[in-house]
Write a protein that binds this ligand. Structure first.
Ligand code: COA
Length: 327
């Protein structure tokens, strides 16, 4: 059976840069602390008029152009996000309208930072089953809108952006999405959450006053679970396909913290020159980080036909996921 494959990629970052020095003026922090603890130097912030679907649209158009596919030829659009324009309609439906992709079904995927790989796994299944020919998978976030700009433990971490992948059938069995693996443990959901604004705690004066519509994270605890989980996730993914870390030409991890990325790469024996990093320039962009890093690697010629590329993510839910691709 032919595999599904990523045929083309695209990405978009908002223009406005917010540097660590800018943040020093907002909260009690320092460039030195942020750089040493996270690897982040600056992040992008969406313009006031830009919502999730606006970022997604620009990334999507670039992916469609690179793939030579028209919006009308899309069968399915998924947007992985925790910051959709609105709960209803979904960001994917708004994007479908903006693209004029009137034949495509559309829905959002909420798996936090693992969202892009979760959505990729859905695309993989729809294509392999023959139900879809062209699927657009977008990771898009405007995290600056759910960031508490008075909380130094989180506001230094996040950024806005979007990445897109056009997924279709591979021409033969030699390349494509070899495996996609998705996991969750809802018992640890409290570690990373936006407490208010849903049906559990609807918006009220009280929730607004207490900053409960902002993202909260137990960073240190999540960090330790992430490092432990990611090493075995990658090892199991490779072993299942009879590969070892040395076979990987490009490792594209979710960009939560440079220390997590380095620790994972080091434990696996993958040198940093084979690791895609954008966290220094973009911060943690949740579901957008992997497709943006992948697009950068593809456009700079870092990924070549026949290369093994490994994607991995860990995030709120908790969720974690991996994908092994042969380019
Ligand atoms: N500037 C200066 N000091 C800060 C700070 C900031 N922006 N944020 C926190 N601190 C302080 C804390 O108050 C604490 O001070 P104390 O020791 O006096 O109490 C100290 O720095 C250490 O805080 P801690 O939270 O233990 O730091 P850390 O090394 O764990 O780094 C994160 C914090 C958030 C950068 C890190 O835990 C992380 O990146 N976690 C990622 C989690 C993850 O993977 N999430 C899933 C995907 S999104």
């Amino acid at each position: 059976m032919p595999l599904a494959r990523i045929k083309a990629t695209g990405s978009y970052v908002p223009r406005k840069r917010l540097t660590n020095l800018d943040l020093e003026k907002i909260v009690d922090t320092s460039d030195e602390w942020i750089t040493a603890r996270t690897g982040i130097k600056e992040r992008r912030i969406a313009a006031p008029a830009e919502a999730c679907s606006d970022l997604a649209l620009k990334a999507a158009r670039r992916a469609l152009k690179a793939g030579g596919v028209k919006a009308l030829d899309l069968d399915l659009i998924m947007v992985a996000t925790v910051t959709p324009d609105t709960f209803v309609p979904s960001a994917a439906c708004v994007l479908q309208s903006k693209l004029g992709a009137s034949k495509a079904a559309a829905f959002d995927v909420n798996a936090a930072c693992s969202g892009f790989i979760y959505a990729l796994s859905v695309a993989d299944s729809f294509i392999k089953s023959g139900r879809c020919g062209n699927v657009l998978v977008v990771g898009a976030e405007v995290l600056s809108r759910v960031t508490n700009w008075q909380d130094r433990s989180t506001c230094v971490l996040f950024g806005d952006g979007a990445g897109a992948a056009l997924v279709g059938q591979a021409p033969d069995e030699t390349g494509g999405i070899i495996s996609v693996n998705i996991y969750a443990d809802g018992n640890m959901g409290d570690l990373l959450m936006i407490p208010a604004g849903g049906s559990r705690m609807p918006a009220s004066q009280d929730t607004l006053k207490n900053n409960l519509h902002y993202l909260q994270m137990s960073g240190n605890e999540t960090f330790k679970i992430a490092v432990k989980t990611l090493e075995s996730l990658v090892r199991n993914t490779l072993e299942a396909s009879g590969l070892t870390p040395s076979d990987i030409s490009l490792f594209v991890p979710h960009q939560a913290n440079l220390r997590i990325i380095r620790a994972t790469a080091e434990r696996l024996g993958i040198p940093m020159d084979r690791v895609a990093v954008n966290i220094d320039r973009l911060g943690n962009t949740s579901a957008a980080s992997i497709p943006m890093a992948l697009d950068e690697a593809v456009r700079s010629g870092r990924v070549k036909s026949g290369d093994y590329v490994l994607l991995e993510a860990f995030g709120g839910g908790l969720t974690w996921a991996s994908a092994l691709l042969r380019w």
